[in-house]
Write a protein that binds this ligand. Structure first.
Ligand code: FES
Ligand SMILES: [Fe+2]
Length: 382
């Protein structure tokens, strides 16, 4: 049986006529490489978190879809991202997160780099005992730096270097969530990080969290305090999409304790919550008393790391005496995210069906999912 290949133009049609992205964009290894080049390289995407390098001198390697990158925090607290590769013979520099006391030293021939990327030492490069050579221009042989922007602790990068200015790219989102955009946020600590690896393409967890349609069947617990009919779609073509709930009020325990809320929120947030995918690879969860990021890292065409980081409104909420309530909050979200795994992995399995045509969209319930598909398709058609 010959698999049909659906044209990408089908995806960009109005929702009632559109198909979803074709099977090969979920299962084909070559398509995956194309997608990394066309969807990730030219755009801003989230690589990791400032929290990965909490102290001056910290460095954290990240292999993003096989691209070796390095997040660093300088002594003056500047977060930078470099190619994790030595300028000499291309050795990967750093394998594990660590604190650098002096300089980043390549383990092969000991060339050393400052935390700002500058080439600092080149032992014996001009022959034994000669640590300089006229042909090695240290000024132009520093680590390759990647365009970086930190917002709400997320470390965004633009590998091509020519994406629009970060604030232009996020302007409409910042307007939408203006109450949160400049908030100080405080990570809850080790109990507020969740990691899940799913056997699916990177797009499926995003598509799944974009919509609330699956709520009654997949999340009966969540549906008990935030019902399907309380939800609404959020759509900004070519930028972000997601869903919101007018009623989000889970009870974490019977103690009556409540986390501090973020200051100066408008009334809407007393009961509302919004879940917004900023394309391509993060989903932001806004609630009055916590903020979370679901960070999606493509590992291969059919494997994806999902990482959730939960932040609170005041430093007090990160203290040990709040640990039990933070753990309940994290457990609540862990349950919800784990409930989604079978759906995401089931959609991945379904995409090996040769006649599957990308599927159809509900013109009312799948608006946000189609918005994401439409954006991906347009990146691929550029
Ligand atoms: S490859 Fe790094 S010093 Fe030679
Ligand atoms: Fe879900």
């Amino acid at each position: 049986m010959q698999a049909r290949i659906q044209p990408l133009e089908n995806v960009t049609q109005p929702i009632s006529q559109a198909n979803g992205l074709p099977n090969e964009s979920y299962i084909d290894h070559d398509f995956f490489k194309t997608e990394i080049k066309k969807v990730f390289y030219p755009n801003w995407f989230c690589l990791g978190f400032g929290n990965d390098v909490p102290n001056p001198g910290d460095v954290a390697p990240v292999d993003f879809a096989g691209i070796p990158l390095l997040i660093t925090r300088d002594k003056d607290n500047t977060v930078r991202v470099f190619n994790n590769v030595c300028r000499h013979r291309g050795m990967k520099l750093i394998d594990n997160p660590q604190n650098i006391v002096g300089v980043i030293r390549c383990p092969y021939h000991s060339w050393c780099y400052k935390l700002n990327g500058e080439l600092f030492a080149t032992p014996h490069v001009g022959g034994p005992g000669h640590n300089k050579h006229a042909s090695i221009d240290r000024k132009n042989t520093g680590l390759f730096e990647v365009r970086t922007h930190v917002w709400l602790d997320m470390v965004f990068v633009n590998l091509s270097g020519d994406a629009p200015d970060f604030d232009d790219y996020t302007k409409k989102l910042q307007q939408r969530i203006s109450d949160f955009k400049d908030q100080k946020i405080y990570h809850g600590g080790p109990d507020s990080s969740i990691s899940i690896t799913v056997k699916s393409n990177w797009k499926l967890p995003i598509e799944n969290t974009c919509e609330s349609y699956h709520l009654p069947w997949v999340h009966p617990g969540l549906n008990s305090y935030s019902r399907l009919q309380d939800h609404y779609n959020i759509v900004e073509p070519q930028l972000y999409s997601g869903q919101g709930s007018l009623v989000f009020n889970p009870k974490l325990d019977d103690s009556g304790r409540k986390f501090d809320s973020f200051p100066n929120l408008s009334e809407k947030w007393n009961t509302a919550a919004e879940y917004i995918a900023l394309f391509p690879n993060i989903q932001l969860g806004f609630q009055k008393d916590h903020f979370f990021v679901i960070h999606i890292t493509p590992v291969s065409v059919d494997e994806t790391d999902e990482r959730v980081e939960i932040y609170y409104a005041t430093p007090e909420m990160t203290e040990a005496k709040w640990a039990d309530l933070r753990e309940k909050r994290a457990a609540m979200w862990t349950e919800v995210f784990n409930e989604d795994v079978f759906a995401v992995e089931g959609m991945q399995k379904g995409r090996y069906a040769p006649d599957f045509d990308g599927g159809v969209f509900s013109p009312t319930m799948d608006i946000s999912t189609h918005c994401f598909h439409d954006w991906v398709a347009r990146q691929l058609m550029r």
